[in-house]
Write a protein that binds this ligand. Structure first.
Ligand code: GUN
Length: 309
């Protein structure tokens, strides 16, 4: 059974509505508290892909009407110098969200620098406190890419409950938190990775495939079932400069019910969630009870009790 044309999961359009909502919340903050949400980005060295991503983050801040500051440091900076830059942003009451753009140049320890971002300014959702909160179903600052994927799925009314979700890639910033989020929504979750023996045996069973492996063309049409939802988190640069994902779009689109393109799928959603996290941090800085992404849904414990365990 062929599925004629899959629905495109359009992250560009959805991200604009997220940013417009951020703008309204920011305007309210300014009117009532004189606060303008402010994201600070630490960019070290001159990696061209990082420069492109940071420009996209600055554009999104403009669209949402929030402030952005980019602190640029040379590639030769020490771990201590980058940590010091983060520490002074952390002490600045006018800064609500802080991120260190990754990857850092060789010789700078990312874990050490990231540890200087306080949990309540952690717009990326990487801090161990925020990772733990996610695990416990109490997330306030969700990691941007997995939350962006969830919003794409929700916006298309794709049911997670009971679905077989196969995640390809087990990174700390995408695969693992994605698995926790899908599990919280009562999906049956499989996480595949570089040592998985028969990848397609897993992906062929999936109602939803989420690929974040960083390999061009890893997921092909023969690896997905008819009607599957396929989310491409990969961002790979081809030798000719074009950006492509992990999914072989044409062969997968011939079978999928829904597919996210690259560019224009998950990428813009990642940036939009970063801005939403920054606005949330600004709201919380003045004591406003901002909506928590985890506020609704079924408690994790329900899943185990339903199984009688
Ligand atoms: N580099 C690529 N993606 C990301 C991201 O989501 N956050 C940070 N800080 N760096 C990145």
């Amino acid at each position: 059974m062929a599925v004629a044309t899959p629905t495109t999961l359009d992250g560009r359009t959805l991200s604009r509505s997220v940013l417009d909502e951020c703008r309204s919340r920011g305007e309210l903050l300014t009117e009532r508290f004189g606060v303008i949400p402010h994201l600070a980005v630490v960019l070290v060295g001159d990696d061209s892909a990082s420069a492109v991503y940071v420009r996209a983050k600055e554009r999104a801040c403009r669209r949402a009407g929030i402030r952005s500051t980019v602190v640029r440091l040379p590639a030769t900076s020490s771990t201590e110098a980058v940590s010091d830059a983060v520490t002074s942003l952390a002490a600045d009451e006018g800064v609500h969200g802080i991120i260190v753009q990754l990857p850092l140049p060789t010789g700078i320890d990312p874990a050490t620098t990231l540890a200087h971002i306080p949990a309540d300014k952690d717009a990326d959702g990487f801090h161990r406190h925020n990772v733990g909160s996610l695990f416990l179903g109490q997330s306030v600052y969700p990691p941007c890419t997995p939350e962006g994927v969830m919003r794409l799925l929700d916006n298309a009314d794709i049911e997670l409950e009971g679905a077989n979700v196969v995640i390809v890639g087990a990174s700390n910033i995408v695969g693992k938190p994605m698995a926790v989020m899908a599990l919280r929504r009562e999906a049956t979750v499989t996480v595949c990775h570089a040592r998985t023996r028969d990848l397609s045996a897993h992906t062929r069973q999936a109602d939803i495939v989420i690929c974040a492996a960083g390999h061009v063309g890893l997921i092909t049409g023969d690896m997905v079932k008819h009607g599957a939802v396929v989310i491409d988190v990969g961002i790979n640069r081809l030798p000719d400069g074009r950006v492509t994902g992990d999914v072989d779009y044409d062969s997968v689109a011939a079978k999928a019910s829904h597919i996210s393109p690259v560019p224009g799928g998950v990428g813009p959603m990642t940036v939009a969630v970063l801005i939403a996290n920054t606005v949330r941090a600004a709201e919380r800085s003045v004591g406003l009870p901002s909506p928590r992404p985890d506020a609704e849904g079924t408690e994790f414990s329900t899943v185990s009790s339903a199984q009688g365990s």
